[in-house]
Design a protein around this ligand. Structure first.
Ligand code: NAD
Ligand code: MG
Length: 392
């Protein structure tokens, strides 16, 4: 029986994975080693009982007693805190899903890669903040990293034998998020509630707001650069409001292969779960006749300055990805808390990148978790300083 672990089980991606696993037979089909959650003890305990996980970890240490009570009568070991997540990620399992949101997702994914495991990677922040380190350690240990971000999974599926031979260009599509049709002048007034509703995808709140600002696509450009080792000019972004084509791969012979499907993360998760094979998944069939037409347009950089920042980060390399990632998280916190406006997020990130570029060793890719976290803390401070000086 295959064994697996899920880091961030209680989130949007984690719930989709749980849905697939329970439909497939749960504990009769898979041996679950570890499940982790942030703060939602009740849901983590339900999932743990359903999958009969060996270990359940809640990130918030103050909730350990609650988790223990919720798991009373089971043979699951309850644990809490970052060290327990670290330990869980070191436990052998055939397949591990990295679905914690933010920089916090880097450590468990790194541990899986270091032990040569198979990492299904939803946490794009890992590749943005520490792509060279993560990919390098995977090469050294023989680990397999499978993309779970829908666009990157789509590209991966359009490659012949997983190779980039003869590939000229990859295209990531973007729905355009909540504000794609707003007049640009109105964006300055966008509220958190308005930014938190996605036209097509149902996702966690943070990534939904990142879709409205295009920081999500900015992260994905960097993610594609790190994962597929492609330069800026071979990664294109196209706004595609219907979210049916997830990505395209253009070959030197003029063929462009497009990956299509309904916007349902269970496809990308299920693909990584069953790779290198395929399995029947509970995904609605595409009805192109009902859709009638698919539309595409070039992204507007005035509306979405995050895309320009991503391009600069890819060109800069070194610690720029770690800085953009952390500054973006801080700017998002500041926007969500009402301290800065929607349109200020890009300015705060750009400020942190400018300050970061002046710090020693900015040109070197951080090669240890501590080095990434040092850049992360500094960039958060720089973005927070900008927010404090430009408070609305
Ligand atoms: P989410 O907010 O719904 O869930 C995040 C999970 O991480 C939860 O289990 C939460 O409890 C846990 N968590 C949060 N902070 C933590 C911390 N400090 N320590 C430990 N655990 C913590 O997020 P999501 O939308 O499921 O996204 C998860 C990851 O997948 C993100 O990196 C996101 O960019 C990526 N992703 C998501 C989607 C999507 O459709 N939701 C698509 C592509 C990629
Ligand atoms: Mg995506």
């Amino acid at each position: 029986m295959r064994s697996l672990s899920i880091f961030g089980a209680t989130g949007s991606v984690g719930e989709s994975a749980f849905d697939l696993l329970t439909r497939a037979g749960g504990p009769d089909a898979y041996r679950t080693v570890a499940l982790t959650g942030g703060r939602n003890v009740a849901r983590l305990a339900e999932m743990t009982r359903a999958l009969q996980a060996e270990v359940a970890v809640i990130a918030d240490e103050t909730l350990l007693d609650d988790l223990r009570s919720a798991l009373a009568g089971t043979s699951t070991r309850a644990a809490a805190g970052e060290a327990a997540i670290d330990e869980a990620a070191r436990m052998p399992s055939d397949w591990s899903l990295s679905a914690i949101v933010g920089t916090a997702g880097l450590m468990p994914g790194l541990r899986v890669v270091e032990r040569g495991g198979t990492l299904a990677l939803a946490n794009k922040e890992s590749l943005v903040a520490a792509g060279p380190m993560l990919m390098g350690r995977a090469r050294a240990s023989g680990a397999t990293i499978l993309p779970v971000d829908s666009e990157h999974s789509a590209i991966f599926q359009c490659l012949e034998d997983g190779k980039l031979d003869h590939v000229e260009m990859v295209t990531l599509t973007a729905s355009g998020g909540a504000f794609r049709d707003w007049p640009v002048e109105r964006l300055v007034h966008a509220t958190v509630a308005e930014a938190s509703s996605h036209p097509n995808w149902s996702m966690g709140q943070r990534i939904t707001i990142d879709s409205a600002s295009m920081f999500n696509k900015a992260l994905e450009v960097i993610e594609a650069h790190e994962f597929f080792a492609l330069p800026n000019d071979r990664i294109r972004v196209l706004v595609h409001p219907e979210s049916i084509v997830h990505a395209m791969v253009t070959y030197a012979d003029g063929a462009t292969l497009a990956h299509m499907g309904p916007p349902d993360m269970r496809h990308a998760i299920g693909h990584a779960l069953h790779w290198p094979g395929r399995a029947r998944l509970p995904i609605a069939a595409l009805d192109l006749a009902a859709l009638g037409s698919l539309t595409f347009r070039a992204p507007d950089e005035e509306r979405w300055p995050a895309l320009r920042l991503a391009r600069e980060v890819v060109d800069q390399g070194g610690a720029a990805g770690a800085v953009l990632n952390a500054a973006k998280e801080q700017a998002l916190d500041d926007f969500m808390a009402g301290r800065i406006r929607f349109t200020d997020m890009a300015a705060a990130v750009e400020h942190a990148l400018d300050i970061g570029a002046g710090r020693p060793h900015f040109g070197d890719s951080p090669n240890t978790l501590d080095a990434v976290l040092d850049w992360d803390r500094a960039a958060r401070r720089d973005a927070a300083d900008w927010a404090a000086r430009n408070r609305r």
